[in-house]
Design a binder for this molecule. Structure first.
Ligand code: BTN
Length: 247
């Protein structure tokens, strides 16, 4: 895939900008809207995505996975999570993992958030807007739950343009695996990198604290866990939150 990167000083949100642009004009796959600063960055659950101006990567990439069955859209989430974590693994020896479904962690701290919005046309895939916020050179964060950056983890400053190109290259490699139908590889690698897989940890599930062990993710992207009694739990994103207490 050829990427065409459009870097803008300041935008409300690269995600909203790319979606609006694609509603007005036919865009090619691989277009990247990259902002040095966002004043209304959006995160999961309509949360704000805060990022210090000029310090981090905040960009949205357009993919057109028309070869993909809409029922398999979770594969795109896996592609992006694997690609970002592949890149981070080239930069640090620290443990890089994927917090289900698509937050990227170093140790117990979040370094990257991913927001995927898929557009379907009838029963075929049309567009996938992939918004990525990767903390690169930021040193200080507001008291959010548990953020980190590449700078904080490595002590090094990164060139943002080079980092963007390397991340896009990683996305290209994993996206090619998807195009080539290497689904088992993607699923296996995703499971290997999943945070708290096969260990008991504490979660809030449907408002109640539970102790459970992640053992799989199904094809629809639901998280599968077993509690201490061996009961199966199958949950969607909004039903569970991680406490980050490994037992
Ligand atoms: C999350 O909440 O974890 C997802 C965060 C996604 C943030 C990125 S930054 C680039 C793109 N533009 C936005 O407004 N949001 C996404």
């Amino acid at each position: 895939m050829e990427f065409s990167i459009i870097t803008v000083d300041r935008l409300d949100s690269t995600q909203n900008y790319l979606i609006d642009l694609s509603n007005k004009t036919e865009l090619q796959e691989g277009i990247v809207i990259n902002a040095l600063s966002q004043f209304k960055g959006v995160g999961q659950f309509e949360n704000k995505w805060e990022s210090e101006s000029g310090k981090n990567l905040t960009f949205s990439l357009l993919l057109k996975p028309r070869f993909l069955n809409p029922a398999s859209q979770f594969l795109l989430t896996q592609v992006l999570s694997l690609a970002i974590s592949d890149y981070l693994l080239t930069q640090t020896d620290k443990p890089v993992s994927i917090k289900w479904p698509n937050d990227i962690y170093i140790g117990k701290k979040k370094i990257c958030g991913i927001l995927v919005k898929n557009q379907l046309l009838g029963t075929t895939f049309e567009n996938s807007f992939c918004g990525i916020g990767l903390n690169v050179n930021q040193e200080k964060f507001p008291p959010l739950p548990n953020p980190t950056s590449l700078f904080l983890e490595t002590g090094k400053e990164f060139n943002l343009n080079e980092a963007l190109k390397a991340v896009l290259e990683s996305i290209n490699l994993r996206y090619n695996q998807l195009k080539e139908g290497k689904i088992e590889t993607l699923e296996r690698d995703y499971m290997k990198r999943l945070l708290y897989k096969d260990v008991f940890a504490t979660y809030i599930y449907k408002g109640v604290e539970i102790e459970a062990r992640i053992y799989d993710v199904n094809e629809y992207g639901h998280l599968l866990l077993k509690d201490r009694e061996g009961n199966d739990i199958c949950c969607e994103l909004k039903e569970i939150s991680f406490i980050h207490n490994v037992l």
